[in-house]
Design a protein around this ligand. Structure first.
Ligand code: AMP
Length: 418
């Protein structure tokens, strides 16, 4: 019997898997440089946390959660997103009593029972950052700049930024009511009509052309913002411009989670087809209270690792083969194998990436392995070299080969590789 990875999941295999590591590192680096500390939370949580935190009316909660019962009878859910867990951890550890904002970043696996397609998986990976406990447009702008810098550091050129404001608890209800009035007059299917009453903003996000066609004259949230929200949004926009970012205003950008207030944003890559969002986030001033905490105005984002790798591929940025060794050692004979084994260990301790031929396949097989490894140099050790106290260093690009005294080979290689 043979097994396959479950539907909607896939294995990251070398050398492509190296890009996932590079992307995780690059997307988190700007946040780490900006004082965000690393947080790791469990991959599953009490189901109620997501039901209340993400929102009972969202697709995530109604259709996409991997929920199971623990042996103790508790309902648990594999995390579909990171923010609710981070807020839960901050509340549980009482961090809101200390210095604010609390800045945290994370990276990990997320699970959603989605219709699997290119760029949309049931198990995927995100890097996230959250700043909790401050209501300051500079914090919203900081996070957006950090994400943008992360994409840029990977060489991505075609990531577009969309921004919007969803208003606050003062102005959103009036907008919601105006939108509901408008939507009730449209020709919509029953499920969508029900959604008008529960989560009307999400209908703006409906991708179906027959729905979109009717939404042309829908009232826009930006026309209903209160003075405070307007000023806040203007300040975020001008800070972004000041930091050199370009963006488009998208008054229809609502995002799929219930907890957003004021600033929302999304990073889009046009080389990805239907699943074009490579990251997104926003302000969620009410989330802490929704899950039983004190008022804790906060803002954050989550960037998709899988889709960022796809975006890099679409821009032709995956040409290098990362993760290759620099040196490949080839022993000719038993004694050479013993000697080279300790030499390889020494080189590795000195920070050089080295592999060696295993399995005693003879010179030809070993040299083929050296070529395939992508190493720049082969170290070849034969009986005559041992007698002479030397090792052959072969430049695998030029084919040039020189004998180097065994005692000096570490320094010689370091010099050549630097
Ligand atoms: P969201 O929490 O839905 O805003 O997701 C943030 C980012 O995670 C998105 O912009 C995507 O890049 C990525 N993402 C979300 N869902 C998936 C999925 N099912 N498969 C792959 N990437 C995803």
């Amino acid at each position: 019997m043979s097994f396959q990875a479950p539907k909607g999941t896939f294995d990251w295999m070398p050398p492509r898997s190296e890009w996932a590591l590079i992307v995780r590192d690059a997307l988190s680096a700007p946040a780490r440089r900006a004082g965000y500390g690393y947080i790791e939370t469990p991959a599953f949580e009490d189901t109620g946390l997501f039901a209340r935190g993400v929102g009972e009316s969202t697709d995530i909660v109604t259709k996409e959660m991997y929920t199971f019962q623990s042996k103790g009878g508790q309902s648990l859910t594999l995390r579909p997103e990171g923010t609710a867990s981070v807020v839960r951890a901050v509340l549980e550890h009482g961090l809101y009593g200390g210095a604010l904002p609390i800045k945290l970043w994370y990276s990990g696996s997320y699970f959603r029972y989605e219709k699997a397609q290119a760029g949309r998986y049931r198990h995927f990976s995100q890097v996230g950052a959250e700043a909790l406990g401050a209501e300051d447009p500079a914090l919203d702008a900081e996070l957006i700049v950090l994400a943008s810098d992360g994409y840029a550091s990977l060489g991505l050129k075609n990531v577009r930024l969309l921004i919007n404001s969803l208003g606050c608890k003062e102005c959103r209800p009036a907008y919601r009511a105006a939108l509901q009035d408008f939507l009730r007059g449209l020709d919509l299917d029953e499920a969508t009509r029900q959604r008008i009453e529960i989560n009307p903003l999400r209908i703006l996000d409906d991708k179906r052309p027959e729905v979109q066609a009717q939404l042309v004259d829908a009232p826009l949230v930006t026309d209903h913002l209160c003075g405070a929200c307007k000023a806040y949004h203007e300040e975020v926009r001008s800070l972004l411009t000041g930091a050199g970012l370009t963006y488009s205003d998208d008054p229809r950008l609502v995002r799929g989670l219930d907890y957003y207030t004021r600033t929302t944003f999304e990073f889009i890559h046009d080389g990805l087809g239907a699943q074009s969002a490579v990251g997104g986030g926003g302000r969620y001033d009410g989330l802490s209270e929704m899950i039983g905490g004190p008022a804790l105005p906060s803002v954050g984002w989550a960037l998709g690792v899988d889709r960022t790798v796809l975006a890099m591929e679409a821009e032709g940025l995956l040409t290098e083969r990362p993760g290759q060794v620099e040196v490949f050692a080839v022993p000719l004979g038993e004694e050479a194998r013993r000697r080279i084994f300790s030499l390889v260990a020494e080189l590795r301790r000195d920070g050089i990436a080295v592999d060696m031929a295993f399995g005693g396949r003879g010179v030809k097989g070993a040299m083929k392995a050296a070529d395939r490894s992508g190493a720049r140099f082969a170290l070849i050790l034969g009986e005559r070299d041992i007698e002479a106290g030397a090792v052959q260093v072969k430049d695998l690009t030029t084919g040039e080969q020189t004998a180097v005294p065994l005692a000096g080979v570490v320094d010689v290689l370091k010099g050549k590789l630097s």
